[in-house]
Design a protein around this ligand. Structure first.
Ligand code: G3P
Length: 274
């Protein structure tokens, strides 16, 4: 499984690269806002074009960087995608255009603008990451439209189910892959009992039909969820930096390293020189 870093913060992308934990980067308008707010609060001015160029450069040639469009109409999203690709792909050849699978905000609005944009951009050989995917069916449609990647949002489905369960929860709280029951009934979203199940079923469908589209498990909130999407066979997990850090820590590793350090006898230490 590849690991992408779900961040627009250059420091984080840089560190993940150093750790060898960055096969790609995913951004979205909220992550860009977070990065920009941080820079501004540190008194820095942001030149967005330079900033995005830096993200692409830090990620490097073989690490796809997803950059999201902001319009809601297919025609406008295509223009934005073509512009982003034209402006930044030349640097490292790693730009992927992120397009919401649907841009409708409620019933009654046009639901197919996202798919139309995905199809158009893909036909132009611009790789697309279909985002805000909440069902395997949406993923299937995006894959049919030619998306190179689909991003099922595991954490947000868990949020949705917890709200149905009437639970209060923190963003990083674990939600079981098998789902939860209320009044003896499994609480689900049209048969999907958890974000991990969303990823699993999406993988199953795309693999069954031999589709080339890769599944990026997204909206991941904790280390155990990463383990579960890995077990579900996700091609890629895009992971926030704090979750990457959570993945490496264990109290018994801390304890073990203390003991090993204490137990180094001088004879053994000498092997390494003074
Ligand atoms: O990659 C998608 C991700 O950034 C959304 O995560 O935690 O805001 O649902 P989250």
């Amino acid at each position: 499984m590849k690991i992408f870093v779900d961040s627009a913060e250059i420091d984080e992308i840089n560190k993940a690269k150093e750790y060898g934990m960055c096969d790609g980067v995913t951004t979205n308008p909220s992550l860009i806002k977070k990065a920009v707010d941080k820079l501004k609060s540190g008194g820095k001015k942001v030149d967005m074009a330079n900033y995005i160029s830096d993200i692409c450069k830090v990620a490097g040639r073989d690490s796809p960087v997803s950059l999201e469009v902001v319009s809601l109409k297919a025609e406008d999203m295509v223009k934005e995608g073509v512009m982003l690709y034209g402006k930044f792909n030349g640097l490292m050849g790693n730009v992927v255009i992120k397009v919401p699978v649907s841009t409708s905000r409620q019933e009654g609005e046009e639901h197919y603008e996202g798919l139309k944009a995905i199809k158009d951009l893909s036909r132009r050989k611009i790789p697309v990451n279909a985002t805000l995917v909440m069902t395997p069916e949406q993923a299937l449609l995006a894959a049919k439209a030619g998306a190179a990647y689909v991003s099922p949002f595991a954490g947000r489905i868990d949020d949705y189910l917890r709200t149905k369960l009437g639970e209060s929860f923190g963003k990083g709280d674990y939600f079981p892959a098998e789902g939860k029951h209320k009044d003896g009934q499994l609480v689900d979203d049209k048969g999907i009992a958890s974000g991990v199940e969303l990823v699993k079923r999406t993988m199953e469908i795309l693999e069954r039909y031999g589709m080339k589209t890769e599944v990026i498990a997204a909206s991941l909130r904790n280390a155990r969820q990463v383990r579960e999407v890995a077990l579900a066979g996700a091609h890629i997990a895009t992971i926030p930096f704090d979750v990457l850090e959570e993945m490496i820590k264990h109290p018994k590793t801390f304890e073990g390293i203390v003991k090993f350090s204490e137990d180094v006898v001088p004879e053994y230490q000498k092997i390494f020189g003074d």
